[in-house]
Design a protein around this ligand. Structure first.
Ligand code: SF4
Ligand code: SF4
Length: 463
């Protein structure tokens, strides 16, 4: 019994020390305090039992404690979910989404009065709310709460570069189609993605509902039906720096998202160009030039699940990711998906909804639109808040338990909650205990002036 108690004491303390070291790296005061407290209580508890092991009370308490811990471990390992959640990918009748209804497209209408009149005649329900949103300063312009005259233009510059490279999404392919070993070719595509900075890549069969029905972002092709007959979609995931997103909704959020939009676009362009060099058609889909809806595609490519937040929740990086896509006429082997039961976790979590400053996230179940059940956010509330703060907010990403940094402790936690619903409830309780349920939002005075140095990738001191 002595050995078992000693081993349990050491095992639990290793776990608590992992939590402590992660919390120290994250500078999460509450989590640091809880971890130190857990190490102390655990050491004292088992230490007393071992010290008084000859007494009857210690024997009984020790036996009960050992059985309880072992029982808890055994239950934690059970892999069982009574109900399988996830996007109804088998439903091919899902209606296509019209890009013209997207808030970004509707925001651009203020620049095109002719198109705007036509759109609002058809959609009077958006007319009043959009007019209010149009009046607010654009992202990157002076007037947003977190506007910084030196830092905000960095993000604006990144988005400008992206818009200036839109022509890269298409390109001429080599005249002759090369004979390729499709397995090797697919492997090389994955290697290219990882080599240039992706953290994950999946391949899905391209279906109708993965594509917008009509283009809506740019005047030159506004309202044109999307015609894309490609067979496969390569979905590329890049991770945002959790440290930068922890500062959301300050300017660091838009700095990091713009950076990763550029990174994901770069990878998609290279892969598309690579495929075309073998004589096969390919198109990259990147910020501002998507024909595809990235979130359902990433879901179908086995890269995670759609969360309450309406974004992809990746099993390792959570919603802290950006996505680009390459579609191609080639029939590449599909990625086998795995169910991480993230949707089931979202059913009980609601942390994003409780913390969203704009009330844009549903606190209830999924709703059925376009002939399938899914979570979607009130994009008007969300975008309006973006314009108020002058960044792309990301506070829902910041509070999400899946967005914790990719450390061993958090990987273990994500594995733990993927086993069964009881683990998910315990996991959520622990996340609330360590990080709090209601998270305080940063104020303007708390916005760092040396934000770029916070990024994990920046090791050079520029002071
Ligand atoms: S980005 Fe901000 S406003 Fe939009 S849903 Fe997330 S928390 Fe709410
Ligand atoms: S905060 Fe919770 S409910 Fe919201 S997306 Fe993340 S896990 Fe799901």
């Amino acid at each position: 019994m002595f050995m078992i108690m000693l081993l349990l004491c050491i095992g639990l303390n290793i776990l608590f020390c992992m939590s402590l070291s992660t919390s120290l790296r994250e500078r999460e005061i509450r989590a640091i305090f809880c971890s130190v407290f857990a190490v102390a209580v655990n050491s004292i508890f088992w230490g007393l039992l071992i010290y008084y092991q000859q007494t009857a009370v210690a024997k009984i308490v020790g036996a009960v404690a050992v059985i309880a811990v072992l029982f808890f471990c055994a239950v934690s390992m059970i892999h069982y979910f009574p109900k399988v959640d996830g996007l109804q990918t088998a439903n091919t009748g899902i209606e296509q989404y019209d890009e013209r209804d997207h808030m970004f497209s509707r925001n651009s209408l203020q620049c095109y009065p002719g198109i705007a009149k036509e759109y609002y005649d058809k959609h009077p329900e958006f007319s009043e709310i959009d007019a209010k949103i149009h009046e607010k300063p654009e992202l990157g312009e002076k007037g947003g709460r977190f506007y910084d005259s030196y830092l905000t233009p960095v993000a604006a510059a990144a988005f400008n570069v992206l818009s200036k490279t839109q022509h890269l999404v298409r390109g001429d392919r080599a005249e002759d189609k090369a004979d390729i070993d499709i397995e090797r070719f697919t492997r090389i595509i994955k290697e290219i993605a990882y080599y240039y900075g992706a953290v994950d890549l999946g391949i899905a069969r391209l279906k109708g509902y993965h594509l917008y029905s009509h283009a809506g972002r740019h005047q030159e092709n506004y309202g044109e039906p999307i015609e894309n007959n490609h067979r496969s979609a390569i979905v590329i995931i890049v991770a945002m720096d959790a440290k930068m997103l922890k500062e959301a909704p300050t300017v660091s959020a838009i700095l990091e998202s713009s950076k990763q939009y550029v990174e994901s676009a770069k990878i998609a362009h290279i892969i598309a160009e690579y495929i075309r060099s073998f004589g096969y058609d390919a198109r990259s889909h990147v910020d501002g030039s998507y024909e595809t809806l990235c979130v359902p595609l990433a879901n179908d490519a086995g890269l995670g699940e759609v969360g309450r937040i309406g974004l992809l929740i990746h099993p390792v990086y959570g919603p802290c990711v950006r996505i680009s896509v390459v579609t191609t006429e080639l029939e590449l082997p599909k990625t086998k998906g795995k169910n991480y039961h993230i949707g089931t976790f979202c059913q009980i979590c609601k942390k994003c909804a409780d913390n969203c400053p704009a009330g844009a996230i549903s606190k209830t179940g999924k709703t059925s639109t376009r002939d399938f059940e899914h979570w979607s956010i009130k994009q008007e509330n969300c975008y309006s808040f973006w314009k108020d703060v002058g960044t792309d907010c990301g506070f829902c990403i910041r509070v999400c338990p899946y967005a914790r940094p990719n450390t061993l402790f958090h990987r273990l936690a994500k594995y733990y909650v993927s086993r069964n619903p009881l683990n998910q409830r315990i996991g959520l309780l622990l996340d609330n205990l360590l990080y709090g349920k209601k998270i305080k939002m940063k104020t303007v005075s708390e916005q760092s002036k040396t934000i770029l140095q916070k990024c994990a990738a920046c090791s050079v001191d520029v002071t």
